[in-house]
Design a protein. Structure first.
Length: 187
């Protein structure tokens, strides 16, 4: 039975705090006359926390999937291309779903049916916003998961080196044994 991923949850919470700090800084730069506390308590903070939490968890599982799919050290370039390609799509999907959830898209309201709510929601979305968050997500991914891939790459190299050392040691022992046998058989 798999254990509950407490470490991943804690890391996701920390990552979401980082994303939220970004939103606070941007909001404070845009609205210098508004007190910092009102920015921190703004509903967009919840949005930032949710983005960070779900993006970190989803990218964590994505990095493990990519590492398992391409276990060889020679596949490092493929890992990066696959990871960042899927990461872009995953980021857009997570941001879209968080925005949809927070906008109340999935909650029936008044006389509007789902299609009307969906059209209204889509009209409120801005492509630049999604692109900006994808870039931020890529940057954070480069820091966290680039290190993870690099560590796995180095671990793989160490493992290969140890296997090579064991193979050389075994060959040396075999040669030594053969030499001893040859020496005593001729004596």
């Amino acid at each position: 039975m798999k254990r509950f991923p407490f470490k991943a949850i804690i890391q996701a919470i920390l990552a979401s705090v980082v994303v939220s700090i970004y939103f606070v800084v941007v909001a404070k730069l845009d609205h210098k006359d508004i007190p910092l506390l009102s920015i921190i308590l703004h509903p967009n903070m919840v949005r930032g926390l949710l983005y960070g939490f779900f993006l970190f968890l989803s990218h964590g599982y994505l990095s493990k999937w990519v590492a398992d799919k391409y276990p060889n050290s020679k596949d490092f370039g493929k890992k990066m291309v696959v990871f960042y390609g899927i990461s872009f799509i995953l980021t857009i999907l997570v941001v879209f779903l968080v925005n949809a959830f927070l906008s109340g898209l999935f909650i029936p309201t008044g006389s509007k049916d789902f299609l009307q709510r969906f059209n209204h929601f889509i009209n409120q979305q801005r492509v630049a916003y999604y692109f900006q968050l994808a870039i931020i997500s890529w940057f954070i991914s480069m820091l966290f998961f680039g290190f993870y891939f690099y560590k796995r790459f180095k671990d793989y190299q160490i493992k290969e080196s140890e296997q090579e050392k064991q193979q050389i040691t075994a060959q040396f022992e075999s040669l030594k044994t053969n030499w001893i046998r040859t020496f005593y058989s001729t004596a």
